[in-house]
Write a protein that binds this ligand. Structure first.
Ligand SMILES: O=P(O)(O)OC[C@@H](O)[C@@H](O)c1c[nH]c2ccccc12
Length: 268
């Protein structure tokens, strides 16, 4: 059983939903990333989505773009991110890590080499935003051969045919993007999300995570009432960028604890 699968089934047994915070590797400085990851786990994260900085992050809004720029100042690349995962794994062998990134760095490393190295350092899932699912057959096979879960995005405009094509290839969980637009957008429509998640459930048994536009405890709770996992990115990054070196970890811990409590208070 993969770490991601194990995490979702343990949560299900406890009647709980997953909290998946997103951070960009290398933000605010590469020396903080592994400590931030451990702090997220200690304060209630179930899975960590770790972003690989890339110079042209077309799915990201201004907040995550700024995180990317801070990381790129220190030239954090895919190889460095893999080393951060290796370091994290020295003291955490349980928490799943999903690498989120763009195709370009993966292509530069080579898909097969990337899959091998990701597996070797302890990555669990891979979300590559700009590999269209209809053309990712080979990459999906390479990932699965290394027991890595391919994570795919479903959107409000995905019709049943497309959802079906995607869930056939996906493993671990599927990621429903709550709205059309970039990360850090504001208006998640919880009724629409609920309807769509219900429809997706008729097509797959995979857990369904929801992200884009979750920026407060009330929304996190509402999403946890309809989905299996709540992904929170830009709000995390805002906490990071408004912190000083001294209060960085404690601020991230208290935000994560607040979100954890809200998700645990969801009724479903
Ligand atoms: O920032 P938001 O609105 O909380 O959304 C999550 C998101 O940041 C994270 O999952 C993510 C960061 N970059 C992405 C690119 C594509 C899809 C998802 C992502």
């Amino acid at each position: 059983m993969s770490r991601i699968q194990a995490t979702f089934s343990a949560l299900k047994a406890q009647g709980k939903k997953a909290l998946i915070p997103y951070i960009t590797a290398g933000d605010p400085h590469p020396r903080h990333t592994v400590s931030l990851m451990h702090a997220l786990v200690q304060s209630g994260a179930d899975i960590i989505e770790l972003g690989v900085p890339f110079s042209d992050p077309m799915a990201d809004g201004p907040t995550i773009q700024r995180a990317t720029e801070r990381a790129l100042v220190h030239k954090v690349g895919l190889g460095d991110v893999l080393e951060m995962v290796r370091e994290f794994r020295l003291t955490d062998d349980q928490t799943p890590i999903v690498l989120m990134g763009y195709a370009n760095p993966v292509e530069a490393m080579g898909q097969a080499k990337f899959a091998e190295r990701a597996r070797a350092v302890g990555v669990d899932g891979v979300l590559t935003v700009d590999y269209p699912p209809e053309e990712s057959g080979e990459f999906v096979q390479l990932l699965k051969a290394q027991q890595l879960d391919p994570i795919f995005l479903l959107s409000p405009t995905s019709d049943t045919h497309r959802v079906d094509m995607i869930v056939q290839q996906a493993a671990g969980f599927v990621y429903y993007v709550s709205l059309k637009g970039v990360t850090g957008s504001k208006n998640l429509d919880i009724v629409e999300v609920g309807t769509k998640v219900k429809a997706i459930r008729t097509q797959t048994d995979l857990p369904i995570g929801v992200g884009f536009g979750v920026r407060d405890a009330a929304t996190a709770k509402a999403v946890a009432e309809v989905a299996d996992a709540v992904v929170i990115g830009s709000r995390m990054i805002q906490e990071i960028e408004s912190s000083t070196e001294d209060n960085l970890l404690s601020n991230v811990v208290s935000l994560t604890q607040t979100l954890r409590a809200a998700i645990d208070a969801a009724t479903h």
